[in-house]
Every structure is written in C-alpha cells, then in structure tokens.
Design a protein around this ligand. Structure first.
Ligand SMILES: [Zn+2]
Length: 386
C-alpha cells in the first residue's frame, strides 16, 4: 500500500498542473472549481468560481460544471485539487488542470479574489430545497434575497403570490392596497383571516408574511395607486406583480413600467377562467399592444357582479409567483409574448402568442401617449382575451 506522499506523487503524474499566472489567463474561458471547505471558501475565492467541497465533488460536479469547457480546479495549497483533478478526469472531464500552490499562492501573488456572499446556517437550512436545484443553488438564493418585488393588490392574486415569494426568500416585498379586510374576502384571499376583519389589508398582509419569513422586508403602501405617485412607488423594484382588478391601474402601471423598464407579471381572473402573462418592457408586447385603450366603463361589469371560484386566484397567483421567481433569478423562459389561459371547469390550459404592436401608443418607436392617464375607475370583469 502506498503512503500519502507516494499516492500524491502517483496522482500528480496522471494530471496536469499550472501555476496561478497561467491559470489567470484562463479566467474568461475556463470554469474555476473551488474544492475547499465552506469555512475556507467564505474567507475569499477566485471570482465566479463554482464551489464544491472535495467531499461532494463526485455527487455534485456534473450538475454544476459543464464537460464542454476547460476546468481549473484549486484548493488551498494544491494537494486536494490534484486528487480532485484526477477524479474529474475519471468522470469524463477532458480538459482539467490543478492550480499549483492553490488559492493561498493566487492571493499572495495579488491576483483577483472576492469575498463570496454566503447564506447563514439558518438560511441554508430554510432554503435547502432551492439550494439543491442546480439552476438555483446558493447564488440563485442570494439573488432572491437581494430581489425587490412589488405587488399591486393584497387580494385574491396577491395573497398566494406574496406568500410564495415570502416563503422563497424574496428579500423585499412591496404591497400596494388601500382596502380593509372584509369577511367576503376570506373565500379566496388567504393572506387574511377572521381576526383581521376591518384591519387595513396591507397591515394584515405584513403580519402574515413576516410570521412566515423574517428574512423578508415588507414595505406597505396604503394609498390609491395614481398618476401622482406611480413612478415613486414602483421605483427600484425588480419585478411588479399586477393583481389588480381594474383597468385604470393596469394602464397606469403599464405606462409607468415602460418608463422604468420593470417587467410586469400580469394575472387576471373571472368566474372559472384565469390568464397570466409577462409584459417585459421593449422585449415583448405591453398591455397596450393588446388593448390600446380601455373599453368604455358602461361595457365593463361592476366589481360586485363578478363571481370567482375561490381557488382560481390561488392557481393564477401561484403562476405569477413562479414567473416572478424566474425573472428575479434570470432562469428559464418567461411568459413574455405568451398568454397562458386556464379554465378551471374543464381543467384546461391553453396558450396564445402575443406580439408587439409596431403602432402601440406607448412602446412603439413613435408613442402617442406620453403622459399618465388616470382613467375613470371601474372593474375589468371578464379577462381580456387577445
Ligand atoms: Zn406596447
């Protein structure tokens, strides 16, 4: 049986080593894999490294590191990375080098390094099922914790959306609503409960969300969303969830989100039908590309007339939350340019392609609407099928 030194010497014969100077020339085209332990990684790492402790290398690397790109593997001094390089070769990685002298020498020589953002032990536990997903991992969870999402409405759609976003660890949730909790809301608005009847909806929402996840900063706007405050309210948010039930707010939000270039995750519900899409400013159609002007108020049913299956906003609001999480992390394909329709009675999903209107009054090259319009308030009623 060979001792440690012989084993290391044998291993080094089977792999290629480069010094930090040569490794640095590969920063742009190679994947750097840091195989140290978490407490070492937390102190500093090569920028954009993939962190996989040596003990998890075999089980995690294929999910995190492509075999199509060169790999530079490093540890603190160059020993663990030598064994790791051999393992990677055995797993089918064809262009692997181990960095001589490891991160210690890299840092001593004044090469670039960063202190990584890491989750606390409590966060690592809370978000474990996210971290396990290769598309998310710790970097994706960090993005969520740094994300700011604004919800228009703490009602049927806003309730499930806000709860799943809070549970997922979206760091800042803004909520705009000027209503109070009413007993008739409780058939679908799961943010609220019997004890909160008569309370401001934003306060009730904040209580529920903070109890669910103290990582989340809930910012409340107990105001009417209007032309005078729309830009101030939406400023700084990464994504906006439209859970409103009236046309004036939709148009106002659309026009303002184009100015601020903030994507809007749109949802609407009526009776047993719901629809979801993403309005991604200038990258896809906007609301006015579909409906340049609101219909006259007399053609829209009043708020009180529109019944809705209680669970329907749960389904549509959850889809809005899913689209929002993807936008925050920059993963997957969004619903931009696609309207997803759901019919609860027949349990059917269908999809309609949406296109930008080259003559859109706001998002075309020659917009005709250039100031904010406060339309007369009325409810949207039936979903606006394209
Ligand atoms: Zn448009």
């Amino acid at each position: 049986m060979p001792g440690f030194r012989e084993l290391l010497a044998q291993t080094k014969k089977k792999i290629h080593e480069v010094d930090p100077a040569e490794a640095e020339t590969r920063l742009d085209d190679a994947t750097f894999v840091d195989v140290r332990e978490l407490d070492e990684y937390e102190q500093g790492t090569v920028p954009d490294s993939v962190f996989i402790p040596r003990g998890h290398l075999e089980s995690q690397v294929e999910n995190k590191v492509s075999k199509d790109k060169p790999v530079v593997v490093y540890c603190a001094g160059g020993t663990r990375s030598a064994f790791a390089a051999e393992t990677l070769q055995e797993l089918g990685y064809t262009d692997v080098v181990s960095m001589k002298g490891g991160f210690g020498r890299w840092k001593d020589e004044g090469r670039p390094w960063v202190t990584p953002q890491v989750l606390t032990p409590e966060q690592r536990n809370r978000y474990h099922r996210h971290v396990l997903l290769p598309e998310i991992g710790e970097p994706g969870q960090q993005k969520l914790l740094e994300s700011k999402v604004l919800l228009l409405g703490a009602g049927g759609l806003g309730s499930p959306a806000a709860m799943y976003l809070a549970a997922a660890g979206v760091g800042t949730l803004g909520i705009v609503d000027m209503d109070v909790v009413d007993a008739s809301n409780l058939q679908r608005q799961i943010l609220h409960n019997l004890e909160r009847i008569g309370d401001r909806k934003v306060d009730s929402a904040k209580k529920t969300l903070t109890a669910l996840n103290p990582d989340v900063d809930v910012v409340t706007y107990d105001v009417r969303f209007g032309a005078d405050n729309v830009l101030d309210i939406i400023d700084g948010y990464d994504v906006i969830i439209d859970g409103t039930d009236n046309f004036p707010t939709r148009y106002l939000l659309n026009d303002a989100s184009l100015i601020k270039r903030i994507p809007v995750v749109h949802g609407s519900i009526f009776r047993f039908e719901g629809q979801v899409t993403v309005f991604d400013p200038y990258n896809g159609p906007c609301y006015r590309c579909l409906l340049p002007e609101p219909p006259p108020p007399e053609l829209a049913p009043s708020c009180a007339e529109g019944g809705v299956l209680g669970v329907l906003p749960g389904i549509i609001g959850s889809l809005q939350a899913s689209e929002t999480l993807k936008l925050c992390m920059g993963i997957g394909d969004s619903l931009a340019g696609r309207l997803l329709l759901f019919d609860a009675l027949s349990t059917e999903f269908s999809e309609v392609t949406l296109r930008r209107d080259p003559n859109c009054p706001v998002c075309s090259d020659h917009p005709t609407i250039t100031s904010y319009i406060d339309y007369v308030e009325f409810c949207s009623g039936r979903p606006t099928h394209a």
